[in-house]
Design a protein around this ligand. Structure first.
Ligand code: NAD
Length: 334
């Protein structure tokens, strides 16, 4: 048995491990590294940031006599999307941002949705545009997202914004990865010099997350950048070994309990992005109970990354209103 196999076997079945093998300290090490991770409370961090945003919004309104406006486009009646949009509307209200909901029927065509986006692009009262995903299968999602004016693209999905992020000069940051950086920062976790494993290469979470952490700097300072990032995906070989060598593990896969304790380096920080609806309710991508015994800090599901995603959307909407005011367009009169 090599070191890796022995570690795995010891966690599965301690009696199976040859105590006289060439790794005599391994079991002792496992015992010593068993810990109860500190929970990173996403709800509390989101509340703290929303209070800050509320103050900044009030200052913006005082200075400009205009209120930031977020327009959400909701096509069809997907129940999860309805909940997400409602949560975003409530969050806007909490911080003083005006929200508009543009409902469109499930049989809308790509052309219909494009027309809606174009009308919001040219509406000077609207600062931020959010197209709730997923769109019905008949609607060309890429075409719609590409049609959003990059200055109003508060999800930061437009190629212009993705390009700016990749060059290290972002205008807006994508909400979930931005929320994760904020969580790490406000929990006292620095990323500079750390090994980070991101599992999942979606355009919404995994890819921008990896890109942001690998930059030389960010708005929170170089301590929250400069990571050595490994981006893992469905074709990665030796994923468990890569993951368990990293100081920070970010899971964005969409598979319940995919990340087991064996994939986590003792003392690592674990960020669980996954939201999976199961018979046991909402669960993440990480086996929370087992992971909590190995990690030093961990996010729960629910109550972890989710509240931060909504919060960073508010931050981007304010940033969009500020940007557009400086460039002489947008922001509605109070
Ligand atoms: P996605 O569904 O677009 O892609 C999943 C990724 O996981 C893919 O890149 C794929 O390569 C990878 N993957 C799949 N199987 C794998 C395997 N066996 N090994 C390694 N990698 C594998 O991803 P997404 O949109 O980023 O969503 C991921 C999860 O995060 C979902 O559960 C989603 O609901 C959740 N999510 C949560 C938030 C939040 O705010 N908490 C935001 C966005 C997404």
């Amino acid at each position: 048995m090599d070191c890796w196999q022995q570690t795995h076997a010891a966690r599965e079945n301690p009696a199976s491990v040859d105590q006289t093998s060439s790794y005599p300290g391994k079991l002792l090490l496992l015992k010593e590294t068993r810990m109860s991770a500190e929970i990173i409370d996403g709800k509390a961090i989101a509340k703290e940031i929303q209070a800050e945003i509320k103050t900044l919004v009030a200052n913006f309104v005082d200075e400009t006599n205009c209120k930031p406006v977020l327009a959400a486009v909701l096509v069809g009646d997907d129940p999860a999307s309805q909940v997400y949009v409602r949560n975003k509307e409530r969050a806007c209200k909490r911080v003083g941002i005006e929200s508009q909901l543009h409902r469109m029927s499930a049989d809308s065509t790509t052309e219909d949705v494009l027309q809606k986006v174009v009308s919001l692009n040219t509406n000077p009262e609207v600062n931020g545009i959010l197209v709730q995903l997923p769109l019905p299968p008949e609607v060309d999602e890429q075409l719609v997202l590409d049609a959003v004016n990059p200055d109003k693209d508060v999800d930061a999905f437009h190629p212009t914004n993705v390009g700016l992020i990749s060059q290290g000069r972002p205008r807006y940051l994508p909400c979930t990865p931005h929320g994760i950086v904020q969580m790490l920062f406000r929990s006292g976790v620095q990323t500079t010099g750390k090994r980070v494993c991101v599992i999942g290469r979606s355009d919404i979470v995994g890819k921008p997350m990896a890109m942001m952490l690998a930059q030389k700097n960010c708005a929170l300072g170089s301590a929250m950048a400069n990571a050595t990032v490994t981006l893992c995906h469905s074709r990665t070989q030796g994923l468990a070994e890569i993951a368990s060598s990293c100081d920070i593990l970010i899971a964005a896969i969409g598979k319940p309990n995919f990340v087991t304790a064996e994939m986590i380096k003792p003392g690592a920080v674990v960020i669980d992005v996954g939201i999976n609806r199961t018979e046991d309710g909402l669960v993440g991508d990480v086996d929370f109970e087992a992971a909590s015994e190995v990690a030093s800090k961990i996010t729960p599901v629910p109550g972890g990354v989710g509240p931060l995603t909504v919060t960073m959307l508010l931050s981007n909407t304010l940033a969009a209103a500020q940007y557009q005011t400086e460039h002489s367009f947008g922001a509605s009169a109070v």
